[in-house]
Write a protein that binds this ligand. Structure first.
Ligand code: FAD
Length: 382
């Protein structure tokens, strides 16, 4: 009997193993990962200074410990080259591995803007614990950071680095904080909270180039002609599900690797979950959906085919300077924002044409209304 093979040791791969071992202690499992396989919670990467934790402090278990605890064979530093669904094989750089069932928990790649300049190679992005170790090392003894992108990751890092004593400049072409998640008054509240910590915003222009300046500084050139000097530049522009390997193997992909509600891809015996997956049209790169997926998939892998359902899944954004919780309406929902604002306390309700609540964004003291509103919201995917 060939093993179950899981590609990825992020939260999606790890939780699948954890849930599966509750049901089946013996079936052989091989986990493959391109990184060092340490178990950590990725959301904590943008709270290291606030929680006073280094990269190593964020490691909850080494790959060896995970292997022992869950009776799995964890192979680290292995970059999977491809998959061969017809022969049920994973292709490794100089070898192959046969599987009985295959789980793709590949995550998402950071998207870096097409920058010019002789210091482009020094722009950081933080998408795993190994990236974070390098980023923290680069910050040692430095004072100023330019962040490209004012979405969830950019705003969280702006808050965290400010808490760590860094002077932060943030560039966001869409003109406000969290532009894709929040209505304008809520964006403004977050912007004020971060500005009070000392964050300087450059709303409107795009970053065009990063050059070496004098005395080891980096100079970020913006499309409006201005130049920002800083010690370190962090790009937090966006993430794209890793779909290439699946696509090359002939699996159906769209924005993510397409699956049905049982997390099954278009190929027999191959499943996908987490940031790489598009589950019946839903691409939800957050922890709550992947936990629900891992629970359902564990049952399916153990022989009891089970559909995942997504209930109400609020996202808490880690900007303590202005707390935010948001429950985006399902994509394509029609409706309008109804906003009550009082300073940095904003209660924004997204209502459909019939007045029903479809989503919300809460900032400041209004976050305390989260539980009550969750009860009124429809499930994302019942
Ligand atoms: C800074 C930051 C803060 C966040 N904060 C929050 C938050 O507060 N709340 C929330 O809900 N979500 C948050 N998120 C999102 C959340 O962390 C992700 O949704 C989740 O961690 C994704 O897990 P994953 O296992 O799908 O992917 P990943 O953790 O990216 O794991 C992918 C795995 O696949 C492996 N892999 C990929 N390709 C190959 C290959 N070819 N060969 C071998 N291995 C391969 C990688 O090595 C890795 O082990 C945050 C994300 C970031 C970056």
């Amino acid at each position: 009997m060939h093993p179950i093979v899981i590609i990825g040791t992020g939260l999606a791969g790890f939780n699948t193993v954890k849930e599966f071992r509750k049901l089946d202690k013996e079936t052989p499992i091989v986990m493959l990962t391109a990184d060092d396989g340490r178990n950590y919670s990725k959301p904590m990467l943008s709270a290291g200074f606030t929680k006073e934790k280094t990269a190593d402090d964020l490691c909850m278990a080494t790959a060896e410990k995970v292997a022992e605890q869950f009776n799995v064979d964890v192979r680290t530093g292995v970059h999977v080259a491809g998959i061969d669904p017809d022969n049920k094989r994973v292709l490794l750089p100089d070898d192959h591995l046969d599987y009985s069932q295959l789980v793709l928990a590949l995550g998402a790649d950071t998207w870096t803007p097409p920058l010019e300049g002789d210091a482009v190679g020094e722009v950081f992005s933080v998408n795993d614990l190994m990236d974070y170790s390098k980023f923290r090392a680069a910050l040692e003894g430095k004072k100023t950071v330019t962040i490209l992108g004012g979405g969830l990751i950019g705003c969280e890092f702006a808050n965290d680095l400010s808490n760590g004593g860094y002077q932060v400049s943030l560039v966001e072409p869409m003109g406000r904080c969290l532009p894709l998640l929040l209505p304008e008054p809520a964006s403004e509240a977050v912007g004020r909270g971060l500005a009070d910590l000392g964050v300087t915003f450059h709303f409107g222009p795009l970053a065009k180039a990063v050059h070496h300046g004098d005395n080891g500084a980096l100079v970020t050139e913006l499309s409006d002609g201005s130049q920002l000097e800083s010690d370190v530049v962090l790009s937090a522009i966006g993430l794209r599900p890793r779909i290439e390997m699946a696509k090359e193997a002939g699996l159906k992909t769209n924005r993510g690797i397409l699956t049905d509600k049982t997390l099954r891809t278009s190929a027999e015996g191959i499943y996908a979950l987490g940031d790489c997956a598009e589950v019946q049209g839903h691409v939800l790169p957050y922890v709550l959906p992947l936990m629900a997926s891992a629970r359902a998939l564990a049952k399916t892998l153990a022989g009891d085919t089970t559909e995942v359902s997504y209930g109400v899944m609020p996202v808490t954004i880690k900007t303590p300077a202005c707390p935010v919780v948001v429950c985006p309406a399902a994509e394509g929902s029609e409706g309008d924002w109804d906003v009550e604002a009082d300073g940095n306390t904003v209660k924004a309700l997204f209502r459909g044409k019939d007045g029903s609540l479809l989503g919300y964004a809460l900032t400041g003291d209004a976050v305390s209304e989260k539980m009550k509103l969750n009860k009124e919201l429809p499930a994302i995917m019942p």
